[in-house]
Design a protein around this ligand. Sequence first.
Ligand SMILES: C[S@@+](CC[C@H](N)C(=O)[O-])C[C@H]1O[C@@H](n2cnc3c(N)ncnc32)[C@H](O)[C@@H]1O
Length: 195
Amino acid sequence: MTSRDDIALWDAEAEAFDEAADHGLRDPGVRAAWRSLLVSLVPAPPARVADLGCGTGTLSLLLADEGHAVDGVDFSPAMVTRARAKAEGRRDVRFVVGDAAAPALDRAAYDVVLCRHVLWALPDPAAALRRWVDLLAPGGRLVLVEGRWFNGAGLSAAETVRLVEATGRPAELTLLPEPAYWGREITDERYVVRS
Ligand SMILES: C[S@@+](CC[C@H](N)C(=O)[O-])C[C@H]1O[C@@H](n2cnc3c(N)ncnc32)[C@H](O)[C@@H]1O
C-alpha cells in the first residue's frame, strides 16, 4: 500500500527532478555513462522493458532511443506528466500512473524489469520483487539500481542481493562509485544488481 502523502511528496519533486545530474542526464558525459551501463545490462534490441518508478522517464527514453519498447510506471501523476511530455509523438515508450509495487502490467511479458532508486522506498520490497519476477518472460532479467545513501536511506548492496536471492534467482552485483554516473564524487554505496 502506498499513501497519498508519499504520492504528494513525489509530485512536489517532479518539477525540479531532472536538475540532478543522474536524473535528467543533461550532461553528455553522465548520459553516456548511463547509456553504456544500461546497454551492457539489457539484451540487444528490441527488448520489452518495464521501468518501475520511472520518474520523469529519463531511463525509459534512453532505452527507447536504443531500440527497446518501454512501459514506464510511476505513482506520481506529476512525474508521469513530465515523462509523457518528453515522449510526445513517440510510440516506443508509454507511461502509466500506477503502483510499482504491484504493477498492472502483463505477466511473463518483459525481457527486462528495470528499477532505479525505488525498491528501497517500497513498504515490502520482497513482495514487490516477487511480483516483478512474475513480469519476466523466460530468460528475462531484473536490473536494479539502488544505493545506501549518505543520509542513511536506501538499501545496502548486501540487502538487495539477499532480496533478489530470496526470489530463487542469482544476483550479480556491480558497484557504481564512478563520478561519471553521478556528476560528482560520491562517498556512499551505489550499485546495480542484475539477475
Ligand atoms: C528517486 S525517483 C527515481 C525515478 C527514476 N527511476 C530515475 O531513476 O530517474 C523515485 C520515483 O519512484 C516513484 N515511486 C516511489 N514509490 C512508488 C510506488 N510505490 N509506485 C510507483 N512509483 C513510485 C516516485 O514517484 C519517483 O518518481
